[in-house]
Design a protein around this ligand. Structure first.
Ligand code: TYC
Length: 99
């Protein structure tokens, strides 16, 4: 018995690669450099040295790439940054852009 549900499921199957999203941190005048480094080591799993480099790049260029992820993970990273920033009283912002 060939059922229409079978065809519906097949038609909805996604093929190919999922879209990727770049997550950036943005510069501001109030967030401490140490806090940004701690965000980069804990949420984005950078080494201390890489975290310092990215933090300084953001400080000088106004924005810096922290990582590239599928949509759900990128969204989670942005939310984690905003939550930690709020808890610590910093205005740090994170954004995501389709790659
Ligand atoms: N500009 C901040 C300062 O001078 C440091 C900073 C770096 C803030 C990166 C945000 O995403 C940022 N304290």
């Amino acid at each position: 018995m060939s059922t229409s549900i079978e065809f519906q499921l097949k038609d909805k199957t996604k093929v190919g690669y999922p879209k990727k999203y770049k997550v950036y941190l943005l510069n501001d005048d109030y967030t401490s450099m140490d806090f940004v480094v701690s965000i980069l080591t804990t949420i984005f799993h950078k080494s201390y040295e890489d975290a310092e480099k990215v933090m300084l790049e953001i400080h000088k260029q106004d924005k810096g790439l922290c990582g590239v992820y599928v949509h759900e993970i990128a969204e989670t990273k942005v939310m984690q940054v905003l939550k930690r920033a709020k808890e610590d009283g910093f205005p740090l912002r994170a954004i995501m852009e389709e790659e």
